[in-house]
Ligand binder design. Structure first.
Ligand code: UD2
Ligand code: MN
Length: 491
């Protein structure tokens, strides 16, 4: 009877012999006392001792006094009380989270490395399912579902389980609804219903320690913050591993509106981030995608090439990436095109067999534009497609993809869509969901865009200026659209 009341996560029994022990590594710079302790206490409270080897705290040159001897003393007491080793390592210089994690990893004695940010709350049973998936296959990198600790009330809130991680055209991490194929598999795939994710959020994950070093740990030349999760994700997938989200494992995290710490580089947060991202581009993108990303992200291009043209001559670059290229060659890793085709089929990146460019109304001469109120950092909202003056240079908000399966999409996994499709309905950009309602057929001779489900055409509204709507097809000039391709693969 009880069995019926328990969900599949609660029903699952883990054999302790199968699970290898984990070192939990938490790096911090000037973290608040309360959030740091919430993290440590929650780990102690929710993790059974036989799978927790130790907790390693790495202080990345914090300047807050209470993070020094007060923290030492507090953790000594905790170690004695709970008989779980809590080790504090300190860096004299500010080295950033990537190098700090490497310090923690190096001294870890557990077989599995489990990284957490310093403002988390682990929940009961969070670690077993992660270790179980690694026991199944040591090349699986696993993430818990990341719940939300409210950044003002610090209340715990559950987040969506059926989201996976991706990235946008700026190589920024984003949550998107899980791909359809994987969604179907999710319920039945394995006992604890884990599912794949193309990219991981980066802060909370577990990885077999030996595997972590085999595939090249982290890129040591990445500074302070950002991009390392994209790099690790492309590397794991590309070099034969996989990344999963395990819905039986929940850990909450404080998503802060802005960084509470300073960025020591003179270029600030963006300069730091794009220097790291340029390394991702240089190592993992084939020439086509290098050109695409530099076109969309001129800041990243400047970091590597200043005002010079993009060349294939490595020595002309500001950053040395040869050791990372060596790893890629040693492991014979696949690159980004392979990743898009095999790991992230639902992606919204240009490919050679898709149209990529502007969509211009022939009567008005203006182009489709993504409204800038949607697709922000955390939300993929609803918005009407806009018409604006067509820009000559590559402007991401005016770039659209038309796929062979009939989707018209743009950055942030947004698809041309229409709610209640009928004459007069507004054309919107909504989260791509692979439903029939989002399918369109473009006729390059008559220049009409037909909504497949209703056989109606995309038209300009006759009453509201610059409003794009569905209408009966009538061959009027206002229903004619030019798809103007952009050479995304050339710089
Ligand atoms: C996300 C990740 C984070 C990391 C980052 C990209 C989650 C929940 N968080 O941003 O782990 O992958 O993306 O790099 O997925 N820290 C240092 N030294 C520094 C800067 C930060 O030790 O110079 C620590 C910081 O105290 C924290 C951790 O690194 O414990 C992550 O930093 P964050 O919380 O500012 O990153 P977040 O959550 O915005
Ligand atoms: Mn964080």
């Amino acid at each position: 009877m009880l069995c019926f009341l328990l969900n599949r996560c609660q029903r699952k029994i883990y054999s302790p012999k199968r699970l290898r022990d984990a070192s939990v590594v938490i790096v911090f710079h000037n973290e608040a006392w309360s959030t740091l302790l919430r993290t440590v206490h929650s780990v102690i409270k929710t993790t059974s001792k036989n799978i927790l080897k130790e907790i390693i705290l790495v202080d990345d040159a914090s300047t807050r006094i209470f993070l020094k001897s007060d923290l030492d003393n507090y953790m000594k007491k905790l170690t004695l009380t709970f008989e779980i080793p809590i080790i504090i390592l300190r860096s004299k210089q500010r080295i950033g989270l990537i190098k700090a994690r490497l310090i923690g990893a190096k001294s870890a004695r557990g077989k599995v490395l489990t990284f957490l940010d310093a403002h988390c709350e682990a929940t009961t049973g969070w670690l077993e399912p992660l270790l179980d998936r690694i026991a199944e296959n040591h090349t699986q990198v696993v993430c818990p579902v990341i719940d939300i600790i409210h950044d003002e009330t610090f209340a715990y809130a559950k987040s969506f389980e059926l989201h996976w991680g991706g990235m946008n055209w700026n190589l920024h991490f984003r949550w998107y609804p899980i791909g359809q194929e994987d969604f179907k598999k999710y319920q039945s795939l394995n006992e604890i219903g884990s599912f794949r994710t193309p990219i991981m959020a980066g802060g909370l994950f577990a990885i077999d320690k030996e595997y972590f070093y085999n595939i090249g740990a982290y890129d040591y030349d990445m500074d302070i913050w950002g991009g390392e999760n994209i790099e690790l994700s492309l590397r794991v997938w590309g070099c034969g591993g996989s990344i999963e989200i395990v819905p039986c494992s929940h850990v909450a995290h404080v998503f802060r509106k802005s960084s509470p710490y300073s960025f020591p580089r003179k270029e600030g947060v963006m300069g730091t981030l794009y220097t790291n991202l340029a390394r991702v581009i240089e190592v993992w993108m084939n020439q086509d995608y290098k050109n695409f990303f530099y076109k969309i992200n001129p800041v990243a291009k400047k970091v590597v090439y200043k005002d010079e043209p993009i060349s294939t001559n490595l020595s002309s670059k500001l950053v040395n990436i040869s050791s990372r290229i060596e790893i890629k060659e040693r492991l014979q890793c696949n690159d980004f095109s392979w990743f898009l085709k095999n790991v992230w089929k639902e992606n919204f990146f240009p490919t050679r067999d898709r149209f990529f460019g502007k969509i211009q109304n022939i009567k008005l001469g203006e182009c489709f534009q993504k409204p800038n109120t949607i697709g922000g950092p955390s939300s993929v909202g609803v918005g009407r497609i806009e018409l604006e003056k067509c820009l000559i240079e590559t402007y991401a908000a005016q770039c659209f993809i038309y796929t062979q399966s009939g989707l018209i999409m743009t950055d942030e996994s947004l698809c041309l869509d229409v709610l209640d499709p009928m004459v007069g309905s507004s054309i919107l950009l909504l989260a791509c969901s692979q439903i029939k309602r989002q399918k369109w057929r473009y006729n390059p001779i008559s220049n009409v865009v037909i909504h497949i489900q209703t056989n109606l055409c995309i038209d300009l509204s006759s009453t509201i200026e610059r409003r794009v709507v569905l209408n009966k097809c009538n061959n009027n000039l206002s229903q004619r659209w030019q798809m103007i391709p952009i050479n995304w693969y050339e710089y």
